[in-house]
Design a protein around this ligand. Structure first.
Ligand code: RB5
Length: 142
């Protein structure tokens, strides 16, 4: 699986660890930055990841900022993206099973790295349930 990943300064530490983790699991990882600890604007990294998801350059994405909200708000401006914010493992499961999120967003400042790995693992192995959830997803575009 090809997974795109992006972060702002708040998400840098977890991003660096996740790239190693995912590569070690055999995934191909495309890193959209930032690779600097300097304060930056999450939008500058969310938009390139979203475009890669929409174009099919990556199969899915992971985005990390302090709360996760800046990334999620930006990513969801793209019609082909369903970015879901998760704060624990059951939510990470449901954001794939019910919402078919093609980008998982995690809050670096409100989850331990251990929790983040658990969320990523759960989101990757969970299948979309379809059915009534597909009907709801079909009604999202404006
Ligand atoms: C950065 O301070 C912080 O605002 C950002 O990481 C994120 O939480 C925004 O939504």
């Amino acid at each position: 699986m090809t997974i795109g990943i992006c972060n702002d300064h708040a998400g840098l530490e977890y991003k660096l660890k996740l790239v190693k983790y995912l590569s070690g699991k055999g995934h191909s990882v495309v890193d959209f930055g930032t690779d600097s600890p300097e304060s930056c604007d999450y939008c500058d990294f969310a938009h390139p990841l979203a475009s890669a998801v929409e174009s099919g350059k990556v199969d899915s994405g992971i985005a990390i900022c302090g709360t996760g909200n800046g990334m999620a708000i930006t990513l969801n401006k793209h019609q082909g993206v369903r970015a879901g914010l998760a704060w624990n493992t059951p939510v990470a499961h449901l954001v794939k099973e019910h919402n078919n999120a093609n980008v998982l967003v995690v809050p670096a400042r409100f989850a331990s790295y251990r929790q983040v790995v658990s969320m990523v693992r759960e989101w990757l192995v969970t299948d979309f349930a379809g059915g009534r959830h597909q009907r709801r997803i079909d009604k999202i575009p404006v």
